[in-house]
Ligand binder design. Structure first.
Ligand code: BDR
Ligand code: CA
Length: 295
């Protein structure tokens, strides 16, 4: 039986890889994609999601979501990492497509969950604003909730916080009460792919995806001195498609929502969260490469 899946996303170069992985995986039925602000503005993330699905030949609906965090907080985006348009300045290489679902992301999520005969998995790979709002009415009604975010041993946007959690810490704290599978940067960093991996992607999809990485790849070279990229979101979506591909262990956690230096950090708490701690890294890289290559 296929797994019904919705991806909540802020594309974003690694989000593009994650969407492609889901659209090209027969184990899942991609019921839709909901967008959120994050790496760039909601206008850009929504346009990018729609165009990426057009590239992938997918008719899955795209519904536009939150343009800012709960509580109206505004924090800097990640255009210095992903490029001004969110896709290394290469969004123009994707097919035009402006079909956006008339419903708001949260309404779309509610309707889709309510009308699915089997529990829907959500892969949340951006700030968690839409998902926190969904849980106001649908707590306990999501199948699996796989979240890319957090860093247990430090952050990537501050020394303590990871970008998705930091961008809407209040929403993340709410989502932790739903026992998500959390895929943190501690693991996604170990799953980095190098320049040779990217350049050996084949076919129209693989080469287009590789072409969207120019700015993103430059960023990692400048910031970390590595020739390669982190495919954070694709690691999380791999777990949504293939439950158990990552090894998880329960932790009791919370999110620091105070407005101090440690805002957005993952801290000890009372919510059980299944943290992805390990995987067969080489097998995961091979799985991604195979799924993203070919016609
Ligand atoms: C997360 O932040 C974003 O920049 C990426 O798309 C990923 O979802 C990694 O910290
Ligand atoms: Ca993302």
């Amino acid at each position: 039986m296929t797994i019904p899946l919705i991806i909540d996303t802020d594309p974003g170069v690694d989000d593009a890889f994650a969407l492609a992985l889901a659209a090209r995986s027969p184990e899942v039925d991609l019921l839709g994609v909901t967008t959120v602000f994050g790496n760039v503005s909601i206008d850009h993330t929504t346009r990018n999601a729609r165009r990426l699905l057009a590239l992938l030949g997918s008719d899955s609906p795209v519904a536009r979501g939150a343009d800012r965090a709960l509580g109206d907080v505004s924090r800097p985006d990640a255009r210095h990492v992903h490029g001004d348009d969110g896709l290394s300045g290469k969004a123009f290489t994707l097919p035009e497509d402006d079909r956006i679902d008339a419903r708001d992301a949260v309404e779309f999520l509610r309707d889709t969950i309510d009308s699915s005969p089997t529990p829907v998995t959500i892969a949340a790979i951006g700030p968690l604003t839409n998902i926190a709002r969904l849980l106001d009415t649908h707590a306990g009604r999501v199948g699996r909730l796989v979240v890319m975010g957090g860093g247990l041993t430090g952050g990537n946007v501050t020394p303590h916080a990871e970008f998705n959690i930091w961008s809407d810490a209040e929403a993340a704290h709410r989502v932790f009460a739903e026992r998500p599978v959390l895929v943190p940067i501690d693991l996604t960093r170990r799953c980095a792919v190098d320049g040779a991996w990217l350049e050996s992607l084949t076919g129209r999809i693989g080469t287009t995806l590789a072409g969207l990485t120019t700015r993103y790849r430059e960023f990692y070279l400048e910031a970390n001195g590595i020739d390669g990229i982190l495919v954070h979101d694709a690691v999380a979506v791999a777990e949504a498609i293939n439950p158990g591909i990552l090894t998880t262990r329960p932790h009791l956690l919370a999110v620091d929502t105070a407005n101090g230096d440690t805002h957005g950090a993952i801290v000890p708490g009372t919510h059980p969260v299944d943290v992805a701690e390990d995987t067969d890294v080489e097998a995961l890289r091979a799985f991604l490469h195979e799924r993203l290559s070919g016609s």
